[in-house]
Design a protein around this ligand. Structure first.
Ligand SMILES: Cc1cc2nc3c(=O)[nH]c(=O)nc-3n(C[C@H](O)[C@H](O)[C@H](O)COP(=O)(O)OP(=O)(O)OC[C@H]3O[C@@H](n4cnc5c(N)ncnc54)[C@H](O)[C@@H]3O)c2cc1C
Ligand code: FES
Length: 258
């Protein structure tokens, strides 16, 4: 569907916030869903690009996406202005399960992964563990704080928060919440998600991870986005799953680690 762009502004460095009108999408969107955008401008036709739905406002019918400019599509996207239209499909994919009443939700984000999990804050307060290479990739922490989340940051170069990986923040969090049931949500680069999955398993913890893959059709038809998932009982113990339709969010039990 063609959606009218309401805002498209830089929030930090290469990161932009895009708001467009899509009332039906806003009605159904949940944390972990994505929208598949085709960006047409001045005859410049490119494949669709997937972006997590950062926020959805049912009252105004607006969808918000937060994106980083990394290549051709996102560069063209960053040049769109209010009043332009964009072809937007969604909500697509399998979203996160909202946190149960008896758990403390912990969102573990790498870079733009913080965008994908924001709507979890609508359910109840929790904790955001934000990881990035440097301060230049630490985004949306104020939004999480304003929504009632406690925020802890780790950067690889120590330019903001603790120096190290986002997973390094987990042991202290666990020590501070003895006896409490924590449920982890993850979104970020693949190596981070694999480290997170292993740590959660080692500690006997549970969660759901969004395994983002480069996509083509975005609707389960082309198998261009497959990821390995556990398949107990199969010959190799794993199978390929389509990230766009069976995911992108997978239960920890399904997440395949080498
Ligand atoms: C389910 C899902 C949700 C996503 N949500 C967001 C989001 O909320 N915000 C955001 O900024 N980005 C998000 N992405 C990544 C986003 O789709 C890519 O950055 C975008 O497609 C790049 O398009 P491009 O034409 O600018 O880059 P291209 O010119 O196609 O590629 C530039 C570089 O980006 C890499 N790249 C392309 N696609 C991906 C991808 N899917 N994952 C990792 N690297 C990629 C390429 O390998 C290349 O190195 C998401 C991806 C998926 C699959
Ligand atoms: S992108 Fe075509 S099946 Fe997932």
């Amino acid at each position: 569907m063609n959606a009218r762009i309401i805002a498209n502004t830089r929030i930090l460095g290469d990161y932009f916030r895009l708001v467009f009108a899509a009332p039906e999408m806003a009605e159904r969107a949940a944390a972990g869903h994505f929208t598949h955008l085709r960006i047409d401008r001045r005859q410049d036709r490119i494949l669709r690009r997937p972006f997590s739905i950062h926020d959805a406002d049912r009252a105004t019918g607006e969808i918000t996406v937060v994106y980083k400019v990394v290549g051709h599509g996102t560069t063209v996207l960053s040049q769109l202005v209010p009043g332009d239209t964009i072809d937007a499909l969604g909500p697509q994919g399998r979203p996160y399960t909202p946190p149960a009443d008896d758990v403390l939700p912990v969102a573990v984000a790498g870079g733009y992964g913080a965008a994908a999990m924001f709507m979890l804050t609508r359910v109840r307060p929790g904790v955001l563990l934000m990881g990035a290479r440097s301060a230049a990739d630490v985004i949306l922490t104020d939004r999480y704080r304003d929504a009632g989340y406690e925020v802890r940051v780790a950067t690889n170069d120590g330019s903001l928060g603790e120096k190290g990986f986002v997973t390094d923040l987990i042991p202290r969090l666990l020590a501070e919440h003895p006896g409490e049931k924590l449920f982890f949500y993850g979104c970020g680069p693949h190596p981070m998600l694999m480290a997170l999955a292993k740590l959660l398993r080692d500690q006997g913890l549970d969660g759901e991870l969004s395994i983002d893959q480069i996509m083509c059709c975005g609707v389960g038809a082309c198998f261009g986005c497959v990821v390995k998932v556990n398949a107990p009982g199969s010959a190799d113990g794993w199978r390929y799953a389509r990230s766009c339709s069976e995911g992108p969010v997978f239960p920890l039990a399904d997440v395949y680690t080498e």
